[in-house]
Design a binder for this molecule. Structure first.
Ligand code: MCA
Ligand code: AMP
Length: 494
């Protein structure tokens, strides 16, 4: 079988697939150049046979063609994040057992030592030959593993969520159907490309549909407003923090500018929010500014999207709607029994969208399912046929800026610092970031401690969104009778 997503590109030929500040690329360009990438990766072998290929590239055409090239060669794509420090990148390269890292000259100095230590081959994207003789590209079953995305869990270091081509296709198809994607759509991509929101909901839904994905290297509030004005966008999707930042920029601007920007939003047909709870206040402010009632949906790396407010019909603030086509959702209590409407329960999900496994963690994979249903760890309630997310069943998972971070992972890293005796990390409510990372530190005796220096060190170890922004020093951490840190009590100290 061929990869349906990629075969479809043949239908769209000279239509614009990717638009970047550097130029525009058609579906033919993407099809041909991803074939070259695949042939370079294959060299003389007929099939990468699920070899992991990590890639560290900017959010532009090179990223897209390499992602497709890895798939076409039969490999598993492992996207790396450009803002991650070396230890985070190295963990992913090591854990996924990548055989190759594809990168460019901007990142080569970061990648070289990682590649040396992990004995991984580096390939420069710019050095891929255009004329390479190699056998036909392999035919792939839809059960073939396609991608590993790293996500924080309640235990230890991030886990590799492994999805097959079938999973990816169904995650795309359900959204294309529900939100009526079409060829004439054009979407702005400003999210990181190592998570489902950017990869599936934005980039590959656009490519499946023959639409245009306009890519910016990163998020900048003013630049996004300018693109609302100058580009022919029909769709916009982002996390609540981004809407909050766009609102702040709009509020700080002179009235003529505000009017101009607000008017530009009227040409769009849909604006979506997700990855974290959308505060009703943000929804209302955005409606006043843009005229758009944000469509809120719920998803997770392991399942893609599961619940969505309707494209047409009533969207209820604070609710995430109903199951997407082909996705089964149920709510279950602590005893594993399905609950009645009106009673809170854990969201469990079943369907072709659900991932295949945590990479090389069979026990954790098994534990995360109940009779074939994936246990999300999110608690919701069903009221009047629609779902409302109430929170998570673990205090150790924090959502900040749309990123999921694990308190335990951060604690594990911070505790390696020479001044720290022990520490406890929690998320505290933040109007802009949803939650922000806070840490209670117990220092070793006779330590002259400087928070700024400590933070600088933490930034060298952890992704920017995992670095604590608030701290307190304590003589002793509050613990319960079992010796476990009482995080609910700790939160009162910030
Ligand atoms: C960055 N900073 C933060 C945080 N992140 N401070 C507090 N909390 C944070 N979470 C600080 C940096 O340290 C820096 O400070 C300053 O903010 C600017 O950093 P920068 O990285 O440039 O920030 P930004 O570009 O403004 O980032 C904000 C952002 C980003 C665009 C909202 O967080 C983002 O792209 N979020 C989306 C993540 C996402 O796509 N999640 C989807 C996963 P200093 O200057 O002092 O160093 S969830 C998913 O995929 C599921 C399936 C789903 O449902 O969608
Ligand atoms: P991730 O593991 O990064 O894919 O993040 C998935 C998590 O984001 C889910 O388990 C939820 O906790 C959270 N999430 C996603 N969408 C929403 C939403 N609309 N409302 C509340 N939480 C959400």
């Amino acid at each position: 079988m061929t990869i349906h997503l990629i075969e479809r590109a043949k239908k769209f030929q000279e239509r614009t697939a990717i638009l970047t500040p550097k130029g525009s690329f058609s579906y033919s360009d993407l099809f041909q150049q991803s074939e070259q990438v695949a042939k370079n990766l294959l060299h003389s072998s007929p099939d990468l046979k699920e070899k992991r290929v990590a890639f560290l590239l900017p959010s532009d055409f090179s990223h897209v063609k390499v992602q497709w090239g890895i798939w076409r060669a039969g490999g598993i794509a492992v996207p790396l994040c450009t803002s991650h420090p070396v230890p985070e990148l190295e963990y992913i390269v090591q854990n996924s057992g990548a055989s190759t890292i594809v990168t460019n000259n901007d990142f080569i100095e970061i990648i070289k030592p990682i590649a040396e230590r992990t004995r991984t081959q580096i390939m420069l994207e710019s050095s891929f030959c255009t004329q390479i003789n190699s056998p036909e590209l392999p035919l792939l079953s839809s059960k073939r593993r396609a991608m590993i995305l790293y996500t924080s869990g309640t235990t230890g270091r991030p886990k590799g969520v492994t999805s097959t081509h079938k999973n990816i296709q169904s995650q795309i198809e359900t959204l294309v159907k529900a939100w009526k994607w079409k060829q004439d759509d054009c979407i702005l991509q400003i999210l990181p490309l190592h998570h489902v929101h950017g990869i599936i909901n934005i980039l590959n839904c656009a490519l499946w549909s023959g639409a245009t994905c306009e890519m910016l290297l990163n998020f900048n509030s003013k630049v996004v407003w300018q693109h609302f004005v100058q580009s022919n966008l029909t769709l916009f999707m982002a996390v609540p923090t981004i809407y909050s930042k766009l609102i702040s920029t709009w509020e700080e601007s002179p009235p003529e500018q505000q009017q101009f920007w607000s008017k530009a939003c009227s040409k769009m047909r849909l604006m979506v929010s997700g990855s974290a709870a959308l505060p009703v206040q943000t929804l209302e402010k955005w409606k006043r500014i843009s005229g758009h009632f944000l469509l809120e949906r719920y998803g997770m790396t392991e399942i893609g999207m599961a619940l969505s407010n309707p494209l047409e019909g009533k969207r209820v603030p604070g609710y995430v709607g109903s199951p997407l086509p082909g996705v089964k959702v149920r709510l279950v209590n602590e005893n594993g029994h399905v609950v009645e409407p009106g009673i809170p329960g854990e969201i469990q999900v079943k369907g072709p969208n659900v991932f295949s496994e945590y990479w090389q963690r069979p026990k954790e994979t098994e534990k995360s399912f109940q009779q074939g249903w994936f246990k999300t760890g999110d608690v919701a309630i069903l009221e009047n046929g629609i779902y409302k997310i109430l929170g998570r069943n673990s205090v150790d998972i924090i959502k900040s800026g749309g990123y999921k971070v694990s308190a335990l992972e951060i604690e594990g890293i911070l505790q390696t610092h020479r001044d720290i005796k022990e520490c406890a990390v929690i998320g505290i409510p933040d109007p802009e970031w949803g939650e922000s990372v806070a840490v209670a530190l117990v220092l070793k005796t006779k330590t002259v401690f400087q928070w700024d220096t400590f933070r600088k060190w933490a930034k060298s170890q952890l992704a920017p969104y995992k670095v604590p922004v608030h701290h307190i020093q304590m003589k002793i951490l509050p613990r319960n009778a079992m010796g476990k840190v009482n995080k609910a009590k700790l939160a009162n100290n910030f």
